[in-house]
Design a protein around this ligand. Structure first.
Ligand SMILES: Cc1cc2nc3c(=O)[nH]c(=O)nc-3n(C[C@H](O)[C@H](O)[C@H](O)COP(=O)(O)O)c2cc1C
Length: 196
């Protein structure tokens, strides 16, 4: 993406980015995304769904971002350090990557039954989603309607890409490459992406 060292001159330099990782096979790629956001100069805070923690460990994100990772609404010590509403206010940009079909549905319908959904509902920061799922899940009218709902609210939708999928099939549903997600976020920084 051509970010300069330390992020000087990029739209993400100094920006407080809340990276919400949801439970898809591409969750491991969010580690590289977190690293690249940091390289672009962003302050990166990771929040994970319970399902995401089954694909990649919170400690891995913590090592890359040097910040304690949030994985639950019900973590009393994390809430004491920075409550979820405070974290939602802290964010200047939210990016959900990978965004599962489930997470997209929750955002579209205003659910607040887990940490990531609650943060997305509570924030006033622009939200971007990078969907990743099986191509049939992506093409399903329910998913397409949910994505259209989010777009209509100004949510930035990055990808998905067309190509080979984890389960051996091919089609639209691949998570965009981390450098492309960073580039899309940098391009829109300061722009008008809207709420989920
Ligand atoms: C091995 C495996 C891989 C999965 N990959 C995906 C995926 O890439 N995208 C997706 O939308 N759901 C995927 N799922 C289903 C989600 O994990 C499931 O819908 C889960 O409830 C999502 O929770 P979350 O949205 O709270 O993270 C996968 C499930 C399993 C068991």
């Amino acid at each position: 993406m051509g970010a300069s060292a330390g992020g000087a001159g990029t739209g993400l330099a100094g920006r407080r980015v809340l990276l919400c990782v949801t439970g898809g096979i591409a969750a491991y790629k969010a580690v590289e995304l977190a690293r690249r956001l940091g390289d672009a100069g962003a302050q990166v805070q990771v929040a994970m769904t319970e399902a995401a923690t089954r694909f990649v460990g919170a400690q891995t994100f913590q090592a890359v971002t040097h910040r304690a990772v949030r994985t639950s609404l019900w973590d009393a010590s994390a809430e004491a350090a920075m409550g979820h509403l405070e974290l939602a206010r802290w964010a200047q940009q939210v990016v959900v990557a990978p965004a599962t079909a489930d997470a997209i549905a929750k955002l579209a319908h205003g659910f607040a039954d887990d940490l990531v959904a609650t943060l997305c509902l509570a924030t006033e920061a622009p939200i971007a989603i990078a969907p990743a799922m099986n191509h049939r899940m992506w093409r399903h009218p329910a998913t397409q309607a949910n994505v259209a709902t989010l777009r209509s609210r100004g949510v930035q939708v990055i990808g998905p890409e067309d190509g080979p999928l984890a389960e051996g099939e091919s089609g639209p549903g691949r998570l965009s490459e981390p450098e492309d997600i960073v580039a899309a976020l940098a391009a829109s920084a300061g722009g008008g992406a809207g709420h989920a």
